[in-house]
Design a protein around this ligand. Structure first.
Ligand code: ADP
Length: 214
């Protein structure tokens, strides 16, 4: 199965993509995570990307298109995948179509997680992330067992630099201006499933399963 997980920053894409990939036994491919790995490793790509990410802007299409082409050609992607946070621009969507056509593949469904803006701002201000495995926690609603460490690998949690309130507002604007319309590109194929993401993680996971027909 090949899925796209879409929705604005803070809508729960990462949490639900990770969980669904696990449930379905397919790969979770999150462009934000791939970029943060490059930043943490201090590669030239990571250094370039960090400038955009810290401002809440998109990393240039050329970088993203090459990155996803390479990632989708890795062996594990053959069994299926969830793309989390990609495509975000018209160019990325068009290029993704070409890559999939070359691989003889197609997208089965696009899940859009819908969450009101006020709730998103609240969630991102309460979010802490594990810099090692990227798992996200909501410090009030879904806190880790130990306040400061990841449940999975005990790494000290951090606040992402782009989760500062001014940067969050900018990210939401960039999403509305550049990405919301791109997702509609998939509406013509009737594969879009809109799911309200305003509920507990378990409840939203259940809604996603229902929307996909299982
Ligand atoms: P969010 O969805 O909350 O913005 P992500 O972890 O998915 O969080 O992305 C973090 C940042 O990484 C984005 O703000 C952007 O700078 C960069 N990024 C991730 N995916 C893309 C993409 N497809 N195109 C351009 N930039 C991207």
């Amino acid at each position: 199965m090949r899925l796209l997980m879409a929705g604005s920053p803070g809508s729960g894409k990462g949490t639900h993509s990770r969980r669904l990939a696990n449930d379905l036994g397919i790969s979770h491919i999150a462009t934000g995570d791939l970029l943060r790995e490059q930043v943490a490793a201090g590669t030239p790509l990571g250094r370039e990307a960090k400038v955009y990410m810290d401002r809440g802007d998109y990393v240039p299409d050329k970088v993203m298109v090459d990155m996803i082409k390479h990632r989708l050609s890795e062996p594990d992607a053959e069994k299926g995948f969830i793309l989390d946070g990609y495509p975000r621009t018209q160019t990325q969507a068009t290029e993704l179509d070409k890559v999939l056509a070359d691989l003889g593949q197609q997208i089965d469904a696009v899940i859009i997680l819908e969450v009101p803006v006020d709730e998103i701002v609240e969630r991102l201000s309460a979010r802490r992330t594990c810099p090692s495995c990227q798992r996200a926690y909501h410090m009030r609603d879904e806190p880790p067992a130990d306040d400061e460490r990841c449940d999975d690998d005990s790494t000290p949690l951090e606040r992402r630099t782009d989760d500062e309130p001014d940067t969050v507002r900018h990210r939401l604007k960039v999403y509305a201006d550049r990405t919301a319309g791109v997702i509609e590109h998939y509406d013509v194929d009737s594969i879009v499933r809109r799911v309200s993401g305003e509920a507990s993680v378990d409840e939203v996971a259940k809604r996603i399963h229902e929307a996909l027909g299982f």
